[in-house]
Write a protein that binds this ligand. Structure first.
Ligand code: CA
Length: 244
């Protein structure tokens, strides 16, 4: 029994239906490829490097705090490995990059405080992003700082969620200058913690579906002396209660 040749090996010209089927297949392949390229472009970024060219540990994938200086108890035993959020509450997850991230609730709860400061590094590209979550307070924040003047170039708090979300940092005026990152947890009590991960550079402004707007977060932030839960938001469960 002979297997019929495909139309492109057949002497007879292809039918209209065969041509249409081929066009549909080719269009589908093209669409899938373009989506893949687009997704890659949005997720791609460049790791900051030391002067030697070594990639800095700004995503904590070394599993330790090399390239960072931790002050205070909030950053002891960091970084956190894996999603420790979803096992204790079913409405949130860590959303971290890779295997490790910073979450100052996860080890010692809300009442520990401290700062985590990166080594200085060159602003190699005009745009950056990092992942942030945690308390919405002025005292739970991440800063990008000018290393020469120590002026705070950018800051954002969390949005009272554990789900890490990307923020975009405009470094167009800082390209070539030395900067550093400071992760601040000076808040105790309700949502007194900060989550952070994965600082990267971009040549163009990156776009993220779940981007966090720092201006909106800061505008909504309550005064530093307010400790009450905010209406309409889920309350953070106490680890002590959970363990007890
Ligand atoms: Ca990470």
């Amino acid at each position: 029994m002979n297997t019929p040749d495909p139309f492109w090996r057949n002497d007879s010209p292809p039918t209209v239906l065969e041509v249409m089927n081929t066009r549909i297949v080719l269009t589908s392949i093209s669409f899938v490829c373009s989506v893949a390229v687009s997704a890659h472009a949005q997720s791609a970024g460049t790791k900051p490097t030391a002067a030697t060219g070594r990639s800095l540990n700004l995503d904590f994938e070394s599993g330790d705090l090399r390239d960072w200086n931790a002050q205070g108890k909030a950053f002891q035993k960091q970084p956190i490995r894996g999603d420790t959020v979803s096992p204790r509450r079913d409405d949130m997850k860590s959303g971290h990059q890779g295997n490790y991230w910073i979450g100052t609730y996860e080890i010692g709860g809300d009442d520990l405080t401290g700062t985590l400061t990166s080594v200085p590094f060159k602003a190699a590209q005009p745009w950056a992003s990092f992942l942030v979550a945690g308390g919405p307070w002025p005292n739970t924040r991440v800063e990008v700082v000018d290393a020469a003047t120590e002026a705070v170039l950018f800051k954002t708090s969390g949005d009272e969620s554990e789900n890490l979300r990307p923020v975009v940092v405009d470094l167009q005026q800082q390209v070539g200058k030395q900067i550093f990152i400071r992760v601040v947890d000076q808040q105790t009590g309700h949502w007194g913690h900060i989550n952070f991960d994965d600082f990267k550079f971009y040549a163009q402004r990156p776009k993220f579906d779940n981007e966090l707007d720092p201006a909106k977060v800061l505008a909504e932030a309550p005064p530093a002396d307010s400790y009450g839960p905010r209406p309409g938001r889920p309350q953070q469960r106490s680890r002590l209660k959970r363990l007890g």
